[in-house]
Design a protein around this ligand. Structure first.
Ligand code: FES
Length: 161
């Protein structure tokens, strides 16, 4: 299989992934573990990486792609410089998190799982992040914003522009 070598998809990264896979004592049932590692190494899971994983684990590429697209944690596109994660768990949802994520979508003209054209921002929807007392919760690059209101969205974005 032909590998794609760009600044981001380097042979070193494929080598690191191969070393991880080769060290596994089992291959059956290792797909999710391998995809987690691959996303950690590459930052996302482009088709070239998915094909490589399929080949290494000796399974159909469609199966790998099915898992990648099923779990929202996995991304087929590069994340932005700043990742905005909006909790849509029950406590956050009942306190208006849906309106907050919609406001981020409107401001940035992207949907959850997408990245702005300039590569600056991505939006993710998360399940409960364990800070329900602060609902609704937004995290940007791991920094937690609690009791967020729709009117706060502009101010949050300005911190990263
Ligand atoms: S539901 Fe959002 S932090 Fe728990």
């Amino acid at each position: 299989m032909k590998k794609v070598c760009t600044n981001k998809l380097t042979d070193e990264k494929f080598k690191a992934l191969d070393e991880f896979i080769d060290k596994l004592s089992y291959k059956d049932g290792a797909l999710i573990t391998v995809l987690h590692k691959a996303q950690e190494i590459f930052g996302y899971l482009p088709v070239e990486v998915q094909l490589h994983v399929a080949q290494k684990l000796d399974m159909p590429a469609a199966k790998v792609n099915g898992v990648v697209t099923f779990y929202s944690y996995f991304s087929e596109t590069p994340k932005g410089e700043h990742v905005i994660s909006v909790c849509l768990g029950t406590a956050c949802f009942v306190r208006g998190a849906e309106n907050i994520i919609k406001e981020f979508e409107k401001r940035l003209s992207i949907k959850p799982g997408q990245t702005t054209a300039d590569g600056k921002f991505s939006i993710d929807a998360l399940r409960c992040v364990g800070a329900c007392g602060l609902a609704p919760v937004v995290m940007v690059d791991g920094k937690v914003y609690g009791r967020v209101k729709v009117e706060d969205v502009d101010a949050i974005l300005k911190n990263y522009i």
